[in-house]
Write a protein that binds this ligand. Structure first.
Ligand SMILES: C[S@@+](CC[C@H](N)C(=O)[O-])C[C@H]1O[C@@H](n2cnc3c(N)ncnc32)[C@H](O)[C@@H]1O
Length: 416
């Protein structure tokens, strides 16, 4: 089903009107007015009457359209009729408890700031129509877990096709200097087996074969605060070790032109290294590895601006931004995200792989942490997330961002 953009926006305006009203429930006359205002519709559009049905009864076209979207929201369990009151509707309690996937191909603006937008939508439906070239796609696709997370999972066998399909319109829009970075889970096991799935390898090959991407690195996100697991295979049968990392695959559109620059992510010298530099470098002469490595006086003495990071990123999963989201989600009774990532991970890749003004996208955005990092670093951004509660809840990370606006403000949509 294809629908014109104006109609797709209408869905957001109707939900936005319910989200914005301080007095709820809301009668339909107020709803029509609020939607017309949000959509910027003139008198002529709002009052247009056309014959409808076999009897050709004259009906207001705009009102009918609004009621159609009201019914769609009802089908999603987001609004309900107030009993005993004709034409009066309200947001449901359920709207606060469950996860609500967008009904494709609708796409609704959840919130925006000066540099970007977060959409409640399936990734494909937004990126198919994007006209701005992309310099970085940083994302964590839903993992093919055997025990599903709350937001649902794609079966391990289908994950490669699913990810490739979702990424196709993004890769198509990537500039030659662009990168694709995927944070994926290594904790995917064959059914009733301690053996790991090889979907990471299959996905790597598919991205190379289908899109001509080049694998630049398999980085390790070492998370010392990862809870022990896999429980079944490490704690119960004792066949496996506890996990401490997640793989991060980095691909380039054209490795010769990729925009990465490690000078943008240099780390401070360790005190030991700084002392060595201050002493003027090595004082010894030595030879290691059958002469392959030689140490000469003065080596490592150059006063460089910092240390080139190693490809193991050691970061706990908690961070002040995540804590802020967690607090807001708890206050609003929103579900917490089960696969949350700390700010510092997207921040590192955005710095390393892009410069100010570039466009960074996250198609599986969750709470839009990638967008938050991009906004702070002066990059433009587009995030898409299928679940209303995460898409809307992400606004809590942006309240103080310049130009912040939230048509689906979680404080209005979900406040008790
Ligand atoms: C692993 S989580 C990302 C978490 C995110 N990095 C964060 O820190 O909040 C994957 C997300 O993708 C969303 N998702 C799944 N399929 C999608 C699709 N086709 N389009 C957009 N979002 C999708 C899920 O609802 C889930 O929130």
């Amino acid at each position: 089903m294809t629908q014109p953009a104006a109609q797709l926006d209408m869905f957001g305006h109707v939900l936005g009107a319910y989200a914005a009203t301080a007095e709820r429930p809301m009668d339909n006359a107020t709803l029509y007015q609020a939607v017309a205002q949000r959509a910027g519709l003139g008198e002529a559009t709002v009052t247009r009457v056309e014959p409808v049905g076999e009897a050709a009864t004259p009906r207001n076209v705009f009102y009918r359209q609004v009621r159609w979207y009201q019914q769609s929201l009802k089908a999603l369990g987001l609004v309900e009729r107030v009993e005993g009151k004709r034409g009066v509707w309200q947001l449901t309690d359920k709207a606060r408890r469950d996860l609500h996937p967008i009904r494709r191909p609708l796409k609704v603006l959840a919130f925006s700031a000066d540099l970007g937008v977060a959409m409640w939508s399936a990734a494909e439906d937004v990126f198919n129509a994007l006209e701005v070239p992309i310099t970085l796609c940083f994302t964590s696709p839903p993992y093919p877990l055997r025990v599903s997370r709350a937001y649902g999972n794609v079966d391990a066998r289908a994950i490669v096709d699913f990810v490739c399909q979702a990424l196709a319109p993004i890769i198509e829009r990537m500039v030659p200097e662009a990168s694709l970075v995927l944070n994926l889970s290594n904790e995917i096991f064959h059914e009733r087996s301690p053996a790991r799935s090889t979907y990471l390898e299959r996905l790597t090959l598919a991205l190379e074969d289908q899109f001509g991407l080049a694998l630049m690195d398999r980085l390790v996100w070492h998370n010392p605060s990862k809870p022990p697991g896999p429980i079944q295979w490490a704690s119960k049968t004792r066949q496996q070790l506890n996990v401490a990392y997640e793989p991060i695959l980095w691909f380039a559109k054209d490795p010769a032109r990729v925009k990465s620059d490690n000078r943008r992510v240099l780390e401070a010298h360790t005190p030991r290294q700084q002392a060595l530099i201050d002493r003027g470098g090595e004082q010894r002469t030595a030879s290691y590895g059958d002469g392959a490595y030689r140490l000469r006086p003065g080596d490592f003495g150059a006063d460089t601006p910092g240390r080139i990071p190693r490809n193991v990123l050691r970061r706990g999963h908690r961070c002040p931004w995540g804590d802020r989201y967690r607090q807001a989600a708890q206050d609003l009774g929103l579900p917490l995200h089960g696969a949350a990532m700390p700010y510092s991970i997207p921040e590192f890749f955005i710095r390393y792989l892009t410069t100010e003004g570039d466009l960074v996208v996250d198609p599986f955005a969750g709470r839009s942490m990638t967008g938050r990092a991009a906004e702070s670093l002066g990059r433009r951004w587009v995030c898409t997330e299928m679940m209303l509660e995460y898409a809307s809840g992400g606004a809590e990370l942006f309240r103080d961002a310049p130009g912040f606006d939230a048509p689906l403000d979680p404080r209005r949509l979900f406040a008790a």
